[in-house]
Ligand binder design. Structure first.
Ligand SMILES: Nc1ncnc2c1ncn2[C@@H]1O[C@H](COP(=O)(O)OP(=O)(O)O)[C@@H](O)[C@H]1O
Ligand SMILES: [Mg+2]
Length: 328
């Protein structure tokens, strides 16, 4: 193990086996997830079962875990506890609480982007006139592409606003090519790298097929978003290059994106985002190298499984031996 076996705590690990195993190559990994069957725990060194994130003991629990394992970095893998960690004294790679809060609410995120002169498409709240159609009606605190409804005219918009049982907003429907930019900032908000990829196919708001592209405009946009907010740790910026509006940012998540493999494949050797986080946690000052990556890599995401015995321990057995290979 590198970095002297420095310990990292990953929260809400769920199914993110790829992220947990990438950290586990460079650090001692403690995976937090209340679910005893969370698949990603099997890539970690230790699993802990924290109380619910809204339980008052959530942070004290993590603090006890952090003390026990001498944890030097905490990285949340879901949106749900970013702001909680930002308010804690834990060494978390998350933005300041106000930025974490604003990016969790897509309308506040829109206002935050505009304040920084960043391109967010026209967005209004229910009761305001969006001016032009088509629009999308979407939850302010949505995730996983839940309850996102395109509306062609006022009548459809009113229908979806009335149908929603949570706060929503109304945003211009963007079209054109669709991209995400995966970036990493240090604890001072300096952008270390920004790696754009196409969203060839997405499911549940996450791209499952994509290609890393050397698009200078998107690299620069990623850097600007990271440094303007500022971000601390990983962040994924989702955009369309709309034929009429140009670049429109429609979502900013201050955590690893769903397509975690893309920046892993594309990053320069020794500078994948998990490695950089571990090096920063060890006290190293990493120099920015924005734009240094290999374009052209494509990923296609798929499902796998872990067989467990009666004690829910992995049996080590696999349904298919040897993993992916070129077709015969
Ligand atoms: N303004 C928009 N114009 C067109 N499509 C959009 C817009 N906003 C969201 N979408 C579509 O909905 C998906 C999920 O949107 P997003 O805002 O990222 O929500 P979530 O956080 O729930 O994933 C996007 O990947 C995109 O396909
Ligand atoms: Mg999204």
């Amino acid at each position: 193990m590198e970095a002297g076996g420095l310990a990292v705590l990953l929260t809400g690990v769920g199914k993110r086996y790829d992220i947990v195993s990438a950290f586990a190559r460079h650090a001692f990994v403690v995976a937090a997830d209340p679910n005893p069957l969370a698949p990603a725990q099997y890539a970690a060194d230790v699993r802990v079962a924290p109380p619910a994130m809204d339980d008052p003991d959530y942070v004290p629990f993590l603090e006890r875990v952090a003390r026990e394992h001498d944890v030097r970095a905490v990285v949340p893998l879901t949106d749900l506890d970013i702001e909680i960690l930002a308010r804690s004294g834990l060494p978390a790679f998350v933005p300041e609480p106000d930025v974490a809060g604003a990016t969790f609410d897509k309308y506040e995120a829109h206002e935050l982007l505009l304040r920084h002169g960043l391109p967010s498409p026209p967005t209004v709240l229910p009761g305001e006139d969006p001016g032009r159609y088509p629009v999308v009606v979407k939850p302010r605190r949505g995730s996983g592409a839940r309850s996102i409804h395109p509306a062609a005219d006022r009548e459809q918009m009113e229908f979806f606003i009335g149908y929603a049982d949570e706060p929503v907003m109304v945003q211009r429907l963007l079209s054109g090519p669709h991209f995400s930019i995966d970036l990493l900032c240090d604890m001072e908000g300096r952008c270390l790298n920004a790696i754009p990829r196409t969203m060839l196919e997405s499911r549940g708001g996450e791209s499952i097929k994509g290609t890393v592209v050397a698009d200078a405009e998107l690299v620069e946009l990623g850097r600007r978003v990271g440094e303007a907010l500022p971000v601390r740790g990983p962040c994924t910026v989702q955009v369309f290059r709309d034929p009429e509006l140009g670049i429109g940012i429609y979502d900013v998540n201050t955590r690893f994106g769903g397509a975690f493999p893309a920046p892993m494949y594309a990053a320069p050797p020794g500078r994948t985002y998990p490695e950089l986080i571990v090096r920063m946690a060890a006290g190293e000052r990493v120099e920015p190298h924005v734009g240094e990556f290999t374009a052209g890599m494509t990923f296609t995401r798929w499902y796998w499984h872990t067989e467990l015995d009666e004690q829910i321990r992995p049996t080590g057995r696999d349904a298919v031996e040897g993993g992916p290979r070129p077709p015969r």
